[in-house]
Design a protein around this ligand. Structure first.
Ligand code: NAD
Length: 261
């Protein structure tokens, strides 16, 4: 349990990659604040399980990370009730698939707010505490779409390229203070986010469900396998170890070879 005594905040952790990250951090003894939307009873069950596993407490914040005021309140509540954030995982994200000329402007704004600006606001609120302690880990869930584009995902690709730039900038600013900042860039991971975009991709491209899975999603991944949420969480843990202390400002691909093409 190498994270005993540390506090982690994982945005968008009621599901998918974020939930796996929260579970991995708790299993190493970190106190964990989870965040995101979903069924209240299911979230409470998960929170209680995290608290039991970590032995250090787990709390849930319902903050909507598209709202800077709610982010500030979440980071404050974490510091007050669990301890100042030592490990910040910016993971909340949504997708919308549409040709750019039909892309609803409100959806563009929402994706930029959730997938990009939220990471600025959490870092803005949590970094002073990390610098004061001389130790911190910031890990942003980016995407292969932080490095390459796909059609019909203008807002998502723009936000993820933005996350990659934010990661590099903050890494340079925090390097002298024992704080590392990295992003993990998965290819397609089988989560509700991927499942949900299948119908829109079927409509946008006129394909069947099987064609979307095999010819669109896994077409880009030479391994022809989805990345697993546990693989992403394992890399997060490595970044949190002392062995990870020299990895900063990196965009770490985990995409089955996608961006090697
Ligand atoms: P998911 O839909 O399973 O989880 C998304 C989480 O974000 C949920 O907990 C949801 O409640 C939360 N969330 C959404 N809007 C929010 C808001 N306004 N405020 C607070 N929380 C909010 O998706 P996932 O696939 O686990 O995606 C997690 C991250 O990984 C995203 O940033 C996504 O872009 C990225 N990613 C996913 C894949 C993939 O293939 N699944 C690939 C690369 C990157």
């Amino acid at each position: 349990m190498f994270l005993k005594g540390k506090t982690a905040l994982v945005t968008g952790s009621t599901s998918g990659i974020g939930l796996a990250c929260a579970r991995a951090l708790a299993a190493e003894g970190a106190a964990v604040m989870i965040n995101g939307f979903g069924n209240a009873a299911a979230i409470e069950t998960e929170r209680a399980a995290l608290a039991e596993v970590s032995g250090a407490g787990a709390l849930y914040s319902a903050a909507d990370v598209s709202r800077p005021d709610e982010i500030a309140a979440m980071v404050d509540a974490c510091a007050r009730e669990l301890g100042p954030v030592d490990i910040l995982v910016n993971n909340a994200g949504i997708q919308h698939v549409s040709p750019v000329e039909d892309f609803p402007p409100a959806k563009w704004d929402q994706i930029i707010a959730i997938n990009l600006s939220s990471a600025f606001h959490t870092i803005h609120a949590a970094l002073p505490g990390m610098k004061a302690k001389g130790w911190g880990r910031i890990v942003n869930t980016a995407s292969a779409h932080s490095l390459v584009a796909s059609p019909f995902k203008s807002a998502y690709v723009a936000a993820k390229h933005g996350i990659a730039g934010l990661t590099k900038t903050v890494a340079l600013e925090t390097a002298p203070f024992g704080v590392t900042v990295n992003c993990i860039s998965p290819g397609y991971v089988w989560t509700p986010l991927v499942e949900a975009q299948i119908p829109d991709t079927m409509a946008a491209r006129g394909l069947t469900r099987e064609q979307v899975i095999n010819d669109v999603l896994l077409a880009s991944q030479p391994t022809k396998r989805f990345v697993t949420v546990e693989q992403v969480a394992a890399l997060l843990l490595h970044l949190c170890r002392d062995d990870g202390a020299s990895i900063t400002g990196a965009n770490l691909s985990m995409d089955g070879g996608w961006t090697a093409m």
